[in-house]
Ligand binder design. Structure first.
Ligand code: SAH
Length: 453
């Protein structure tokens, strides 16, 4: 009887990557995925606490699991991710005594040890590998993709764990620990293994990914890592996020601009368009410095897809300060704005010193203003792609159409009988909206029989 697991994931790409790693390890140890938590022997909730809403969802899931666990005490319930953080486990154990295992972000060892100690690794594999060797192998990087991800064209790869900045709104440093870069050989080995399994695009992840390698004290940096990853056989596209505005070097931009494989997509969150707010957020730059950064990125890549994050309704943000943000978004015309309403997070500097004084209704209105503005900007920008031919890396088949992205991260749908997942297809764009576009394979037109009139 194969053993079964179910992983529920919420939050950032880093969590998705952590869940993939855990799924690989569990499958290597003989577990198989099932769709419903209620039917699984091992249930993992991989949690996010960056905003209250995400935390509420995890607490809701936990509540539902409590009854299941009461009916089936042999089931293993594991809580993972930022809710657990580096030191929340004892308090959580009191609050949710039915949870068996607590795993800090990116750390799967507690669950593996728990299962191993209880002899829950699959018998056949155990006999093959010997218990000790099996546990060591499970911790290894070069595992086959989990069943659900087989055929995956894209994969996330964490390269910088944790964060040592102290932005006043942000809980991540408290939950993911101090910044540490993964050694380059480990990362390359992981990407080689993914490429051998058919992955064509990797997204390198870090809270401040442009600081990659700074904790090694020189020798290697994000440019070197990007070049090495892009050189791996089978890898057609490389992206990276998130970059902090203060660490984006000319060398990184030059590396991206001069490569056909590293995508011209730069994610640099500004968070607010007013200097006083930025100062209270402790972001370490001014609006004008950010403007110059955008100009510098565009001097290397005039059409770069620049993405940003904005928080509306930060403590003390006045209507006038918010208008500065609106004007900046209008001025810069970026490719994507990830928008959040400020959410007070425990232990952060803002939670301790700055009252959450912008009413929810006002936050919602500010959010909608920027959402509407950015939708209009994107609609206008994307219209310019009509009639142009773009290269699409095909990720999957969705509602009867192939779906993939351009190097600039634009979502494209098209129909074609010959295309397969993982293909890079040239597509001529016929229709565009703010968030996706539709086209036809560029060579399909040539294949049409000639009409003789
Ligand atoms: N490390 C990245 C961002 C990580 S969190 C950076 O330096 O910018 C992803 C985004 O969530 C942030 O950019 C921010 O816009 C949003 N966010 C973080 N904390 C938040 C909070 N307390 N309330 C609302 N949004 C928040």
């Amino acid at each position: 009887m194969p053993r079964t697991y179910h992983i529920w994931t919420i939050g950032c790409q880093m969590n998705e990557a952590d869940s993939r790693r855990l799924a690989q390890q569990l499958e290597f140890a003989g577990f198989q995925p099932v769709d419903r938590a209620e039917a699984a022997e091992v249930v993992v909730l991989n949690t996010c606490v960056v905003r209250q809403q995400a935390e509420d969802k995890a607490v809701g899931r936990l509540g539902a699991l409590k009854a299941v666990k009461a009916a089936r005490p042999d089931m293993t319930v594991a809580l993972m991710g930022c809710m657990v953080g580096m030191k929340e486990a004892p308090a959580l154990k009191k609050r949710f005594p039915f949870v068996d295992v607590f795993m800090p972000p990116s750390d799967t060892a507690p669950l593996l040890d728990f299962l191993h100690d209880r002899g829950l690794f699959d018998e056949i594999r155990r006999a093959e590998a010997g218990a000790r060797a099996l546990r060591d192998a499970v911790q290894d990087e070069d595992l086959p993709l989990p069943i659900r991800e087989q055929g995956a064209v894209t994969a996330h790869v964490p390269v910088v764990l944790g964060c040592s900045h102290a932005c006043t709104f942000c809980v991540i440093p408290y939950r993911r620990g101090a910044e540490r870069s993964r050694p380059m050989p480990d990362i390359l080995r992981e990407v080689e293994s993914l490429a051998a399994q058919g992955v064509r695009e990797v997204m390198l992840l870090g809270q401040i990914v442009d600081r990659y390698g700074t904790d090694f004290g020189g020798g290697t940096d994000l440019s070197a890592l990007l070049r090495a990853v892009a050189a791996i056989d089978g890898i057609r596209r490389v992206r990276f996020l998130t970059s902090h505005p203060n660490y984006m070097t000319d060398e990184i931009l030059e590396t991206v601009a001069s490569s056909d494989i590293i995508c011209p997509q730069i994610e640099v969150p500004i968070q607010a368009g007013n200097d006083e707010v930025l100062d209270r957020m402790r972001r370490g730059y001014t609006v004008d410095q950010y403007r110059r950064l955008i100009a510098r990125i565009r001097s290397f890549m005039p059409d770069a897809a620049i993405h940003t994050d904005i928080i509306v309704g930060f403590p003390g943000e006045t209507p006038e300060q918010f208008e500065d943000t609106v004007r900046l978004i209008e001025e810069l015309r970026l490719e994507k704005v990830h928008l959040s309403k400020y959410s007070e997070r425990p232990k952060t500097i803002a939670a301790r010193r700055m009252p959450d004084d912008v009413p929810e209704q006002e936050k919602q209105e500010r959010w909608q203003r920027i959402e509407d503005l950015q939708t209009r900007i994107l609609d206008e920008k994307n219209r310019r792609l009509r009639g142009q031919t773009v290269s699409v890396l095909v990720e999957d088949h969705y509602k009867g159409k192939w779906r993939g992205r351009t190097p600039h991260g634009k979502l494209v749908f098209f129909e074609d009988a010959r295309t397969q997942r993982g293909d890079e297809t040239l597509v001529r764009i016929d229709w565009t909206g703010p968030y996706s576009m539709i086209g036809v394979p560029a060579d399909a037109r040539r294949d049409l029989p000639l009409l003789v009139v």
